[in-house]
Design a protein around this ligand. Structure first.
Ligand code: UTP
Length: 450
């Protein structure tokens, strides 16, 4: 992009101030700024400005009611597993991992997936995810492609981490990295914020950016080329996740769902998980912050919370639905933040108060478009313990504790003492596999390897 072109585009969109420090910039800074301008998505920026001018998001209309939740009895579970395993064996399941976030609460300087979580081995979050995909591919004798969404801030480091660890045993041609979009932040007047004279403040466009990024990167086309039908979606911060759990995949298929969602009972009414609701006849996710205190604490006659279940961002999508949604603009969510900005004299100000607006898209905003949504309850002790915070709840400490408690349950089910070990997913993907292996071989006290 040339300076003249950038000036023209920016002026047309009332963002001419972006180049106001041009004369002070050296050649490299000018080039970098023009490259940033070239990435700006002015259609979305116009929507952001519209949202700011309208004073934020549109207020929801009707009152939310909790969506129905499926719990599988042994027979239904068996049928779902059989259906899910058939799909896996047919090589029609792909795995989609979103790892583009900034992990600001954890405060780790690197991609969150490269964070060391293994209590004994020192393995990283990516290790567990990749080894589960490897184990699935081996168990079912097929290729299971892994699609990993990164962002501009962690793409190179994520790829390097996989290289450094030999892709954790996965065939490299079955790992597809793609980058989500980056969006600028706006000030109260809708002007793009510069955080240095030659630099636009940009941040990832939210996990909802997965859809457009999958389409733009060729990820969707790759899924189609491989003949996939069903995509398992999860987040990088939860090493307990049961990747492509056959019962979940099978239920999704038996129910002909567009999207299926795993939910678990909230720890307490105030826990910050989204809730799947029906509102005005449509399914949607209500963020924790959107529920009133009365709604969070409301109890049914049996004493249970009415909005009892929270979503932990473990989903299954049908590929046609993903394709359909990839070309629809998702709603925007706005957050008022402390964003450094460049004053008119070119000095950088780190504000004490929230002065800028960041915008994001959320993956669950596809829900109202789905013709059929299935919500499946699971036991959080087995499948959910995220690394969100540096300390306290949902921290590395609680996650390691929960990982070891899960492995201890597997060992106990196999009639083994709860040794201080780790179970490599590629050694045993579940309790049943561990039990079978322990009949044949002696378990070691260090991390189990295949
Ligand atoms: P979180 O909402 O927990 O955000 O993301 P985060 O960036 O990891 O952490 P904080 O909020 O800054 O502390 C949930 C999941 O969605 C992914 C994250 O990588 C994580 O797997 N995500 C989030 C993206 O891929 N892109 C985004 O823009 C935001």
């Amino acid at each position: 992009m040339t300076f003249a072109h950038a000036t023209d585009v920016l002026n047309r969109h009332n963002q001419g101030h972006v180049l106001r420090f041009w004369e002070r910039l050296d050649a490299a800074a000018r080039e970098a700024l023009l490259a940033q301008v070239a990435t700006l998505d002015f259609e979305s920026i116009a929507r952001m400005r519209g949202m700011l001018a309208a004073g934020g998001g549109a207020a929801a209309a009707g009152a939310p009611e909790p969506a129905g939740v499926v719990t599988l009895n042994a027979t239904a579970r068996g049928a779902a597993i059989a259906r899910g395993e058939a799909e896996l064996r047919a090589g029609r399941v792909g795995v989609l991992l979103v790892a583009g976030g900034q992990g600001s609460r954890l405060g780790y300087d690197g991609p969150k997936g490269a964070y060391v979580i293994g209590p004994v081995s020192g393995a990283t979050l990516f290790y567990y995810h990749a080894r589960k995909v490897l184990a699935l591919a081996r168990r079912h004798g097929v290729r299971v492609p892994l699609y990993i969404m990164t962002s501009d801030t962690n793409d190179a480091a994520t790829r390097a981490h996989f290289e450094q660890h030999g892709f954790f045993g996965l065939p490299r041609e079955d790992v597809f990295f793609f980058m989500q979009g980056m969006w600028p932040a706006l000030d109260a007047e809708g002007r793009i914020i510069l955080d240095a004279p030659g630099h636009i403040f940009l941040s990832p466009d939210g996990h909802g950016g997965t859809l457009s990024a999958l389409a733009a990167s060729g990820g969707l086309a790759d899924m189609e080329r491989r003949g996939l039908t069903t995509i398992f979606y999860f987040q990088v911060d939860n090493p307990l996740v049961e990747v492509a759990d056959p019962a979940f995949i099978g239920l999704h298929l038996l129910e002909h769902a567009d999207i299926s969602i795993k939910v678990c009972a909230k720890r307490e009414p105030q826990e910050g998980l989204g809730v799947v609701v029906m509102r005005d006849g449509r399914c949607e996710m209500v963020e924790y912050s959107e529920l009133t205190d009365e709604q969070k604490n409301r109890r049914a006659p049996d004493g249970e919370l009415v909005f009892k279940y929270g979503s932990v961002a473990i989903h299954v999508f049908s590929l046609p639905f993903l394709k359909q949604e990839a070309i629809r603009p998702l709603p925007l969510h706005l957050a008022h933040k402390k964003i450094p900005f460049c004053a008119d004299d070119g000095t950088v100000v780190k504000p004490e108060a929230n002065t800028g607006y960041k915008f994001e898209k959320f993956i669950f905003d596809v829900l109202p478009d789905a013709k059929r949504v299935v919500t499946l309850a699971f036991d959080r002790a087995d499948e959910f313990s995220p690394v969100k915070n540096a300390t306290g709840p949902d921290s590395p400490e609680t996650c390691r504790r929960d990982l070891q408690a899960k492995w201890a349950r597997w060992l106990s089910a196999a009639g083994q003492p709860a040794l201080p070990l780790e179970i490599d997913p590629a050694y045993a993907l579940d309790a049943e596999e561990l039990r079978e292996k322990s009949k044949r071989e002696k378990l070691k006290t260090e991390m189990l390897k295949c």
